[in-house]
Design a protein around this ligand. Structure first.
Ligand code: FES
Length: 99
């Protein structure tokens, strides 16, 4: 299992399976992430801010993801869309904040 720490209003630690999206794990863990479009990269309601130390552990965002992040409230240079991040063992210990 891959451990992820969620920080913010409903801080918690959770464990996900390889291949699961960060959005699915967050929702299973009770995090306040809507994911309105179901992972179609059309809403940005799955916006998370990745800890600076962890950001480079993620595969780079696609141009489409970066375009959608531009619509997210409170976006930072460490912002990502949780629906586009698939958990892998390399991400064990990832720390993200729900803006
Ligand atoms: S769920 Fe809509 S962009 Fe991620």
């Amino acid at each position: 299992m891959i451990r992820v720490r969620f920080e913010g209003r409903a801080a918690c630690d959770a464990e996900g399976a390889p291949g699961e999206t960060l959005l699915a794990l967050a929702q299973r863990a009770g995090q306040p992430l809507e994911g309105t479009c179901g992972g179609q990269m059309a809403c940005a309601t799955c916006h998370v801010i990745v800890a600076a130390a962890d950001f480079t552990r993620l595969p780079p965002a696609t141009a489409d993801e970066e375009d959608m992040i531009d619509f997210a409230a409170s976006a930072t240079r460490h912002s990502r869309l949780a629906c586009q991040i698939r958990l892998t063992p390399a991400l064990d210990g990832l720390c993200v904040r729900i803006p």
